[in-house]
Design a protein around this ligand. Structure first.
Ligand SMILES: [Zn+2]
Length: 190
């Protein structure tokens, strides 16, 4: 298959009701409050797959599952929240479903989901496709975007490579792993 330049696609995952607080905030964001979050992921590929897709949306169920585990009816707190022990106690009593994150904000959430999407795509497509942007949205008005092309994706298309052929070993050097390894702490472990 040829290498069409400029193809990309996006997929929106929506309706994840959850709540959080930013305990350091001086304003009302320090109070527990919630939104129905949504996430949009943008994808690129060096070449289209056998079906002519950048990314087969039906193959993103693992990502969808991960989003649901993290954000569906959950309570998100920062790892350094001074009330963490109380939140954990409430979790153990069944009053809330706690997830501890490095940061619960939209910016960090977008980066977290970017890492998850690329973990999945890299393992499955062997460098053919990547996620280069994620928008995390808390409501109609507010969203944050994380934009980065993973280092292992590269800039040019490997012209001699056939669709879905695994990359050569030199494409997978350890330095590139840092791009997807920076995943914030999660509690409980998924
Ligand atoms: Zn807020």
């Amino acid at each position: 298959m040829s290498t069409p330049a400029g193809h990309s696609c996006s997929k929106r995952f929506s309706d994840y009701p959850c709540c959080h607080r930013q305990w350091r905030h001086r304003g009302h964001c320090r109070f527990v409050h919630g939104y129905s979050r949504s996430f949009t992921c943008w994808f690129r590929a060096h070449h289209l797959d056998a079906h002519g897709f950048v990314v087969d949306f039906s193959s993103l169920r693992d990502l969808e599952q991960r989003l649901a585990e993290q954000f569906d009816h959950t309570f998100l707190v920062n790892a350094d929240d001074p009330l963490l022990e109380q939140w954990r106690s409430l979790h153990e009593q069944g009053a809330l479903d706690l997830r501890v994150m490095t940061n619960v904000g939209m910016e960090a959430s977008a980066e977290l989901v970017w890492g998850w999407a690329n973990e999945l795509l890299r393992a499955r497509d062997h460098g053919r496709s990547c996620c280069w942007r994620v928008e995390a949205r808390e409501n109609e008005k507010n969203a944050a975007t994380f934009t980065r092309t993973p280092g292992w994706f590269g800039s040019g298309a490997p012209s001699s490579r056939l669709p879905d052929e695994p990359p050569a070993m030199e494409d997978l050097n350890d330095a590139d792993l840092n791009d997807v390894a920076a995943i914030p702490e999660i509690w409980p472990a998924p």
